[in-house]
Design a protein around this ligand. Sequence first.
Ligand SMILES: Cc1cc2nc3c(=O)[nH]c(=O)nc-3n(C[C@H](O)[C@H](O)[C@H](O)COP(=O)(O)O)c2cc1C
Length: 191
Amino acid sequence: MKIMLIQSSPNKDGLTSACAFAAEEGIRKSGGEVEEIYLNELNIDHCHACNDGWGTCRKEHKCQELDDFQALHLSMAQADGYVIVTPVYWGDLSESAKAFTDRLRRCEAPQDEGKSIMFNKPVIVVAAAGGSGRGTITCLLSLERWIQHVQGRVFDLLPVNRWSREYKITAIYAAGVALVNDLQQNRNTSY
Ligand SMILES: Cc1cc2nc3c(=O)[nH]c(=O)nc-3n(C[C@H](O)[C@H](O)[C@H](O)COP(=O)(O)O)c2cc1C
């Protein structure tokens, strides 16, 4: 089982990274393979809403803006499940996560039901609010809607702040274990 672990903080030694590391440990513990993606190290521009609204994304399900998006889009198709760990910025996902998820949605949301590369694949989202601790729910709400648009399956949505860090790290590890176990047990189950 290949799980893509996507994190979108520029800081590799903060709360977001600690959460991502916990998920990685859990996935590996249950025998999953992890592909780590650091969105801030990639060159992924925002959606340009080409041609007054839609570009090749709408009918060809490919983005015409050429950068690191294309390779990541292909990798996403090969994965069995996903963990997205984002810092909370302004009560929402980080800019790098927004740019990537916006463009992926443009390509996959217009697919017929069942045809998206993420169709029925489980997604865990972790929102790490390292400041006031506010804004995790609105961040998770945005990503829950996104999962629905790209035809994925919400596996878990986990808010974390500085005060809940210790016990949420344990929960994130457990979520990683459960994600792989679920995939192994439900290979042919449709939801
Ligand atoms: C532009 C910006 C906006 C932020 N907005 C919030 C916020 O709404 N709520 C919050 O708790 N923390 C907020 N923070 C703090 C981040 O959530 C915190 O830095 C986060 O844990 C990322 O830290 P890390 O990258 O070290 O994990 C914000 C930080 C930045 C840079």
